[in-house]
Design a binder for this molecule. Structure first.
Ligand code: 4NP
Length: 162
């Protein structure tokens, strides 16, 4: 399996949305038996909680079901287990890097910068303390970067197959 972990702060808004959206891209591409998608948070603030109701509602409006996801904190095993660890913003990327970047730096990515480089922003903005527009923007940005990530994953699977 090729494996991808999305990471934000709380694992209740941005990274579960990315998990749900990208799983749907993977399903639609017929790759669900070859690609594993998961998400986690750099904090333990919301461990075991379902995604924020505002994120679930906005995702649902776009056809994605987040209801079965539960928040968990990133673990040291994740660095070994996943092929790609994709941060939603630079603060979370720096947090991930501060832990084991010397060994695992190459698999640590910034979602928009690395997979939607034509967008003018690099971070998926934290919607938690803001209004509904922020949640809509999160889904839109994640869908755009998921296009680029899907192409990357297809190429990786091909090259791994040799
Ligand atoms: P997320 O959003 O990192 O996209 O899940 C947040 C969720 C909770 C908090 C901050 C951001 N919080 O401070 O509790």
């Amino acid at each position: 399996m090729y494996s991808i972990l999305f990471v934000c702060l709380g694992n209740i808004c941005r990274s579960p949305t990315a998990e749900g959206v990208f799983k749907s891209f993977i399903d639609d591409a017929g790759l669900s038996n070859q690609v594993l998608v998961d998400s986690a948070g750099t904090s333990a603030y919301h461990v075991n909680e379902a995604p924020d109701p505002r994120s679930q509602q906005e995702a649902k409006r776009h056809g994605y079901d987040l209801s079965r996801i539960r928040s968990r904190k990133v673990t040291s095993d994740d660095y070994e287990k996943f092929d790609l660890i994709i941060a939603m913003d630079e603060s979370n990327l720096n947090n991930l890097k501060s832990f084991k970047s010397s060994i695992y730096g190459a698999k640590l990515k910034l979602f928009l910068k690395d997979f939607a480089p034509l967008l003018s922003i690099r971070d998926v903005p934290d919607p938690y303390y803001g209004g509904a527009k922020g949640f809509t923007q999160v889904v839109q940005l994640i869908e755009q970067a998921s296009e680029g990530l899907l192409e990357h994953v297809k190429a990786e699977i091909k090259s791994k197959r040799g």
